[in-house]
Design a protein around this ligand. Structure first.
Ligand code: PHE
Length: 360
């Protein structure tokens, strides 16, 4: 019996150590300590021994039981730990992995600059208005004090469409955003304070002219508005836009049929080595036309010029983009070259605001 016990102990301890998982271990436990187990059978055999041997044999069997139970418990803990580690390894999340890549697309400088201009003028209290690209003669010319035989109609080389409006009048691609002035004043009641960004079209093509380009119209109509308001508004605008207080500007007397007096505003710049830099230099770039709204225009939309006055301006968005971001040739804006867009474009979702920064 002594030998039998030792053999069984050695065999069971070896089997326990070799158990590869919890189920295998449980089978060994049943085989050893279960009701029909080998250790249980040995314990029963103690009862058949001569009386004087039972005590010692009983103690030895109890020690065997304890050893086996302890070995099983230890092995179970070990197997549970291994199992847990395996699961943790499988469910591991690497929080140090880099985030998803930045978006690849770029925002075109014209879109960026439009957002910047709108942000500044919205802060000054201007609301955004819109009008169609395809206009009729009345809104683009006649209502703006440009009568049929007026030379200004040739001055702005117009794209006329073959289609006509309901009255048989000519349809055209708007040559400026000024028709939105007329639409706004006909649709609402003064005072007015609006800006209208959009596309405009003229037959023109060189370094600073393309057949389609972008303007922002501005219109402010109120009682007692004067030229000082116009100048203050535009000088503040230019400083905010270029994010500099020392931008050289000049107002030159000019002519537009729909404003009196009229002016054009230039920004100082320097050109050279394929670069265009804003600031003091030997060159000026015209960026806008402006003036006090002509009494004939006010009368046309049913306003009394003795009560209501105001100013209007038309800003060239593309020109401002060239100046601010040093892009020397306007034609490259519309060639659709992806290398150009990657170089001059802006990262999406960085929306320009006057408080968060216009451009980064
Ligand atoms: N519409 C003019 C242009 O396209 C600009 C302008 C707008 C001038 C408003 C005066 C007032 O050149």
């Amino acid at each position: 019996m002594e030998q039998e016990r030792e053999r069984l102990e050695a065999e069971l301890l070896a089997a326990i150590a070799a158990a590869g998982d919890l189920r295998g271990l449980e089978e060994i436990r049943v085989r050893a300590l279960g009701r029909k187990g080998e250790v249980t059978a040995l314990a029963k055999a103690v009862g058949r021994l001569p009386v004087e041997q039972r005590r010692a044999a009983g103690r030895a069997i109890n020690a065997l039981k304890r050893n086996i139970e302890e070995a099983i418990t230890r092995r179970r803990e070990e197997l549970e730990r291994i199992e847990l580690e395996r699961r943790l390894a499988g469910e591991r999340i690497d929080v140090s992995l880099p985030p998803r890549p930045r978006p690849e697309g770029r925002v075109h400088p014209v879109s960026q600059v439009t957002e910047e201009i709108v942000a500044i003028l919205a802060d000054m209290g201007f609301a955004v208005a819109e009008g169609p690209d395809v206009e009729d003669d009345f809104h683009n010319f006649t209502a703006l004090n440009i009568p049929p035989e007026h030379p200004a109609r040739q001055m702005q080389d117009t794209f006329f469409l073959e289609a006509e409006d309901e009255k048989g009048g000519p349809l055209l691609l708007r040559t400026h955003t000024s028709p939105v002035q007329i639409r706004t004043m006909l649709a609402g009641k003064p005072p007015f304070r609006i800006i209208a960004p959009g596309r405009v079209y003229r037959r023109d093509y060189d370094m600073t002219h393309t057949p389609m380009f972008h303007q922002v119209e501005g219109l402010l109509i109120d009682r007692r508005t004067h030229m000082g308001h116009l100048k203050g508004c535009l000088i503040d605008f230019v400083r905010a836009f270029f994010e500099r207080d020392d931008i050289p500007v000049r107002f030159r007397p000019s002519f537009f049929p729909f404003t009196e007096p009229s002016a054009e505003m230039d920004v100082g710049c320097r050109r050279g080595e394929g670069q265009l830099v804003v600031g003091a230099g030997d060159d000026w770039l015209e960026i806008l036309g402006c003036g006090m709204v002509h009494p004939a225009v006010l009368r046309e939309v049913g306003l009394d010029p003795d009560v209501w006055q105001g100013f209007a301006f038309g800003l060239g968005i593309d020109r401002l983009a060239m100046l601010k971001y040093g892009i020397p040739d306007l034609r490259t804006f519309f060639e659709g070259d992806l290398r150009w867009l990657r170089h001059y474009g802006f990262v999406p979702l960085d929306l320009p605001t006057t408080y968060g920064g216009l451009s980064r």
